[in-house]
Ligand binder design. Structure first.
Ligand code: AMP
Length: 283
């Protein structure tokens, strides 16, 4: 069964459709994405559908969250396939603005999140990233005025930053975190997995395996520092260049020394060849 899927490319046409939903008293859930949709994104759509009558999916590869040396130009794009997947997933509306629509000439405002955005994880390696994300997400929120906004735990620091921003700016919406969808071997689904060679693809699940093993050992009471040191060595041994493997407080992302410091989230980022993968797991 497929359903009618509307594509909006201007703020005016977007608002026209949204107004119709609102007039009918329908709740709206937003799923922000950069396209190249996979089962992870579709889980967000499914969760959105459980909460709201109308599901809006934004597809926008946001130039301001990529540094000049990053993969903006080569980031996977497949609009036709994305539309087919969203039709099958029964989304209602696709918001697909151009970069010129999002950032017209003279655009001069930027949100600079603090707190979790300065935790020394992704921000340390991609200092431009959360400013770009927060600014575009704030725009997506004001453009669509959703009741719910769905974000994957896959990008855990991003989920923390967006949740805090919505709270700090009194945005009248609820940010919902959705658990990470994985391949059978544990690798977290990511649009960037398409970059992996067959050899790299075989090694890639090690990142999750180390997270899972480390979480188990920490839960059993082994010292965090030692567990992470060994995890670091293992990730490096199989061929990754590790950016970080850290244990943080699951809400504040502050460093933790022991399990007594609160709920723990393990977070990691590592490069295999030119591809940078990130993952995380609760303890
Ligand atoms: P992206 O298109 O990569 O910006 O991702 C859009 C949204 O999908 C973000 O909220 C991501 O956290 C989420 N997402 C990406 N991969 C996964 C996954 N494997 N499982 C769950 N959510 C995901």
């Amino acid at each position: 069964m497929t359903t009618r899927l509307i594509v909006a490319r201007t703020v005016t046409s977007l608002r026209r459709v949204l107004q119709r939903y609102r007039k009918a008293g329908e709740k709206i859930a937003l799923v922000p994405t950069m396209g190249a949709l996979h089962r992870g994104h579709l889980k967000l759509v499914a969760e959105a559908r459980r909460r709201a009558r109308r599901v809006v999916v934004s597809i926008f590869v946001n130039p301001t969250q990529f540094a000049p040396n990053e993969d903006f130009g080569s980031y996977p794009r497949g609009f036709a396939a994305d539309l087919a997947a969203l039709r099958a997933a029964k989304a209602d509306l696709v918001w697909a603005p151009s970069a010129e629509m999002m950032y017209p000439e003279g655009f001069a405002t930027r949100i600079e999140p603090q707190g979790a955005a300065k935790a020394g994880l992704e921000d340390k390696f991609r200092p431009h990233f959360f400013g770009g994300v927060a600014t575009v997400v704030a725009k997506l929120f004001t453009q669509t005025s959703p009741d719910f906004a769905m974000f994957g735990e896959k990008d855990y620091q991003q989920l923390c930053v967006v949740t805090q921003m919505a709270k700090d700016l009194d945005l009248p919406l609820k940010v919902i975190g959705v658990p990470t969808v994985r391949e059978a071997d544990g690798l977290a689904l990511s649009s960037r997995n398409a970059y992996l060679s067959p050899e790299q693809r075989k090694v890639a699940p090690m990142l999750y395996r180390v997270l899972a093993a480390s979480a188990k050992r920490i839960k059993q009471g082994e010292p965090i520092e030692m567990v992470l040191e060994e995890g670091h060595a293992e990730i490096t041994r199989v061929g990754f260049a590790l950016d970080y493997l850290e244990a943080r407080h699951a809400v504040t992302l502050a460093p933790v020394a022991s399990r007594k410091d609160g709920p723990i989230r393990l977070l990691t980022a590592a490069k295999i060849g030119k591809t940078r993968l990130i993952d995380n797991l609760g303890v």
